[in-house]
Design a protein. Sequence first.
Length: 162
Amino acid sequence: MTFEEYAFARTPALFRFARLLTGDEHRAEDLVQDVLAKAYARWGRISRTDRPDFYVRRMLVNAHHSWWRRRSSREVTVETVAERPATADEAAEVADRDALWRLVLRLPARQRTVIVLRYYEDMDDARIAEILDCSTGTVRTHAKRALETLRAAPSASLTGGF
């Protein structure tokens, strides 16, 4: 598979994954672009592996964590996010999903990464451990702490539980 074929086929999935990791559409676009540029330079080696998608996803996770570690990349966060205009068709499920996502965005980077890989990308602990380069026990610990944090958060606005 050539790099162009890979990029054409996998960019939407990589963008979705990066969007879930970063919580920001524009940062996700930058992240995917940076990682694909690095992958292009190394594509000969990456394409020889048995799982090039795994390799590129790991590059995304590492690039995301590196970005947060760099002091110059710190952004000022705000407590409340401007609400989108409500439409007559908006369902309670969408509001619950949005409230839950806001809680997920407050998690530390590693915990959020585990939650995204497990529940959004539907990966098992062993595969997550490979991507994060840690043990499966560490993955389970991050998941447990993240879920405890989410369950302890005030969820009065959520109609369903988690």
